[in-house]
Design a binder for this molecule. Structure first.
Ligand code: NAD
Ligand code: DAU
Length: 345
């Protein structure tokens, strides 16, 4: 088991990054975490509201593409591990405006690799099941499958994975990669399906389901993603890639049913709208390699979706200010015409 003292957690004010920081410090109170985050629309200081007064957490506001600032931060803080969550992460946003996805997800990761190489620091990179592309029935992606991304977001994540692996081969720097399934849980920005559907249902607004709603996703609880990353940080083989998910997927219509039933809302809120261009039909990963490290998911995807929906009922303080701000402009651009086509208001 490795000892890890000082972590730089990039993207630590986002959904998964903030859950990871909270989880890590609860399990490893002797370590220190420096959160490095650009605070984009998805990066929210309030995601770590309960931790900012803690002595072993600090925040540096910056871009992972700023090599001087990343290097200086690592040197000043004595960082021995970079965990890279920082990314542009929403597929629909990558269809509307793809270039920033290349800037952050590809060039930003490249800059982190340069700093890791220069200072001899380990880098753990957070990737996604989307790099495998959409996959045929009955197959489950394994870590050695070829990458076949199909959206600008997925392509930028696949490019980053390949840079990480190329740096390990060429320069011998210590890296690991985890590829996560669709996560759900606390503090997920409401552009993503489960928080969007939960908050819309709470407000009595229509739930815009893309196409036939039969696309399949492994809706994994963010807690299980955090424990999976921890297992790889402490016990994973350097240079290796590990899938993190439950290995069980459901259709989006099944996910919507769980959200509505959990919240006691009428299923007539569901509106089928024009599909996402290039919409991946199915993701599914084999997670045996991570299991071999002694890891097991705690949550079934059904429980994970239900628990996530309940969190939005109990935490309106968190999402109401988001939904009334710049999010509204994005929402109208993304959904107004689609929903008008269904007759919904
Ligand atoms: P998120 O969008 O909630 O958060 C992203 C964070 O990165 C934000 O805090 C944002 O401010 C920060 N950030 C963005 N650009 C930055 C930059 N240039 N420099 C520094 N910080 C920057 O994302 P998330 O859903 O928490 O995803 C975190 C990571 O996990 C991403 O790498 C994503 O690709 C991956 N992932 C996400 C999921 C999922 O279901 N959400 C699943 C698998 C993998
Ligand atoms: O699979 C891992 C990926 O999961 C992560 O790498 C991404 O960062 C994360 O955004 C997520 O990507 P998806 O595109 O799968 O997630 P999203 O929540 O956007 O959509 C989930 C499913 O729901 C997908 O099939 C599209 C559908 N959907 C989504 C939205 C926002 C709808 O039907 N209607 C919607 O309004």
């Amino acid at each position: 088991m490795r000892e890890i003292k000082n972590l730089l957690v990039t993207g630590g004010c986002g959904f998964i990054g903030s859950n990871f920081v909270r989880y890590w410090l609860a399990q490893h109170p002797q370590s220190r975490v420096v959160v490095y985050d650009k605070l984009t629309y998805a990066g929210r200081k309030e995601n770590l509201h309960d931790l900012w007064d803690t002595a072993n957490v600090s925040l540096v506001v910056g871009d992972i593409g700023d090599q001087d600032l990343v290097r200086r931060t690592c040197q000043d803080e004595g960082i021995d591990l970079i965990v890279n969550f920082a990314a542009e992460t929403h597929v629909d946003q990558s269809i509307l405006g793809p270039l920033v996805f290349t800037d952050t997800n590809v060039r930003g990761t490249h800059v982190l690799l340069e700093v890791a190489r220069e200072l001899g620091i380990r880098l753990h990179h957070i990737s996604t099941d989307e790099v495998y592309g959409h996959i045929r029935d009955n197959h489950q992606s394994v870590e050695t499958d070829e990458l076949a991304p199909r959206s600008p977001y997925a392509a930028s994540k696949a490019a980053a994975d390949q840079l990480v692996q190329a740096y390990a081969i060429t320069y011998g720097i210590p890296v690991t990669i985890t590829r996560g399934a669709n996560n759900v849980g606390p503090y997920q920005y409401p552009e993503k399906a489960v928080p969007l559907f939960s908050t819309n249902a709470i407000l009595g607004e229509p739930l815009p389901v893309y196409g036939d709603g039969l696309q399949m996703r492994d809706y994994a609880h963010v807690y299980d993603h955090c424990t999976g990353i921890e297992a790889v940080l402490l016990k994973g083989v350097i240079g290796e890639v590990y899938n993190v998910g439950t290995g069980r997927e459901m259709t989006n219509l099944e996910m919507v049913d769980i959200v509505l039933d959990t919240l006691g809302k009428d299923h007539s809120l569901v509106k089928h709208v024009t599909d996402r261009p290039g919409h991946d039909r199915r993701y599914s990963m084999n997670v045996d390699k991570l299991r071999a490290l002694g890891w097991e998911p705690k949550y079934d995807p059904k429980q994970a979706v239900a628990e996530a929906a309940r969190w939005y009922v109990e935490n309106r303080w968190w999402w109401e200010p988001i939904r009334s701000g710049e999010f509204r402009e994005y929402y109208d651009r993304q959904y107004a015409e689609r929903l008008a086509g269904t007759g919904a208001k």
